[in-house]
Design a protein around this ligand. Structure first.
Ligand code: PGA
Length: 255
């Protein structure tokens, strides 16, 4: 199955405006003619930089820009929040939803995330939907159960056609920003399970077609073996996406 392959950089709450522009310019220069065929690169900068990063990457077909979050309502009295229609009015194509930091630090529930996914689709944004277990959950052997619940409660209401605009990122919380990466075998095992869950939710065709990204301490030095796993279709990269050389090497590792 020739699924789309994706390397996404989640910049989180990092970089000054100047640093963000510099990083984008370096990435465009290095990746303009070197993104492997069939690979898409996604950059997810903080909200205030979305427009400039989108402008700077506009001529680069392999690079697109995503937001890191959105609100479930299209507009209204929600001071400090950003809606999905606002993001698509900037010309953006995607939004990351359900990142473990949003779940843990901002108490986002599966039910709220289901509403955010609907809001994103209503605004014609694609969604990179994150799932993953904590260390305690893995130690208790509950990782499949946790991921199953995140998928069914967050995405179980969707129709098969909605999945055309959905990418799943498996990010074990114990591997995020810790330097500890899931082994290629652990990543493959969970990705195989996620594909099985999607099959049960919406059928084999969608399960085969949905890109599944691995996230959690992906680096240039471990990307190739993770991406070589049959059910790993790319990565969601945090820390290493803030360094142009490192991120470019990760993009090239998918070839
Ligand atoms: P990390 O973050 O690569 O710094 O571990 C990944 C993520 O949170 O998306």
């Amino acid at each position: 199955m020739n699924r789309p392959r994706i390397v996404a950089g989640n910049w989180k709450m990092n970089l000054s405006f100047e640093d963000a522009v510099n990083l984008t310019e370096q990435l465009v220069e290095s990746l303009e003619d070197s993104v492997p065929e069939g690979v898409s690169v996604v950059l997810a900068p903080p909200f205030p930089y979305l427009q400039v990063v989108n402008d700077l990457t506009q001529h680069c077909e392999a690079i697109s820009v995503a937001a890191q979050n959105c609100h479930a309502a299209p507009s209204g009295a929600y001071t400090g929040e950003v809606s999905a229609p606002m993001l698509s009015s900037l010309g953006l194509q995607a939004v990351i939803l359900g990142h473990s930091e949003r779940r843990a630090l901002f108490n986002e529930t599966n039910a709220q995330l289901a509403s955010k996914v609907d809001a994103a689709f209503d605004a014609e944004l694609a969604v990179i939907f994150c799932v993953g277990e904590t260390l305690a959950e893995r130690k208790a052997g509950q990782q499949n159960q946790v991921v199953l619940q995140q998928l069914t409660e967050g995405l179980g209401h969707l129709q098969a056609a909605d999945w055309d605009n959905l990418v799943i990122a498996y990010e074990p919380v114990w591997a995020i920003g810790t330097g500890e990466t899931a082994s290629p075998a652990q990543a493959q095992e969970m990705h195989g399970y996620i594909r099985q869950v999607i099959r049960q939710l919406v059928g084999a065709k969608v399960a085969e077609a949905t890109p599944l990204l691995y996230g959690g301490s992906v680096k240039a030095s471990n990307a190739a073996e993770l991406f070589a796993q049959p059910d790993v279709d790319g990565g969601l990269v945090g820390g290493a996406s803030l360094n142009a050389e490192e991120f470019v090497a990760i993009v090239h590792a998918i070839a």
